[in-house]
Design a protein around this ligand. Structure first.
Ligand SMILES: [Zn+2]
Ligand SMILES: [Zn+2]
Length: 137
């Protein structure tokens, strides 16, 4: 039997998901699309193999916004929480938002955690940690 490592949900609780197993990578993305979709200085995403990511309830409440034709951002249409992204060029993984986790932490290889698209970083935001920074991906 598969062991759940973490559960998450949107702000209003309509959409709930469970993770089975560890994440592959963790990114803090500073691109303008992530900043605006999350209304924050950056968006944090982790990738996980698709078979390890299960939407348990509220799939009918998910709406979608394509920031580019290949990037499909899934969010709760009731409360607006961004929960995960499906990207056409890497269908074997889901990019979920660790900020929406409720319990547990799936873990990830620590060497994969990094800041990406730092070239698009908001000028008021200063990165204070020592994680690797990439101008683009
Ligand atoms: Zn919601
Ligand atoms: Zn981004």
């Amino acid at each position: 039997m598969r062991q759940a490592t973490a559960t998450g949900s949107c702000q209003c609780g309509a959409v709930r998901y469970t993770l089975f197993g560890a994440s592959e990578e963790l990114h803090h993305c500073h691109c303008s699309m992530c900043r605006k979709c999350h209304a924050s200085m950056f968006g944090t995403y982790a990738t996980i193999l698709r078979e390890r990511f299960v939407v348990e309830s509220g799939r009918d409440e998910l709406s979608s916004h394509d920031t580019t034709p290949e990037v499909h951002r899934r969010f709760c249409r009731r409360c607006g929480s961004h929960l995960f992204i499906d990207v056409d060029w890497k269908p074997e993984v889901v990019w979920y938002t660790p900020g929406t986790l409720d319990s547990g932490h799936p873990g990830h290889p620590v060497e994969t955690e990094r800041h990406i698209w730092v070239g698009s970083k908001h000028p008021l935001h200063v990165i204070h940690d020592s994680l690797p920074q990439h101008e683009e991906f």
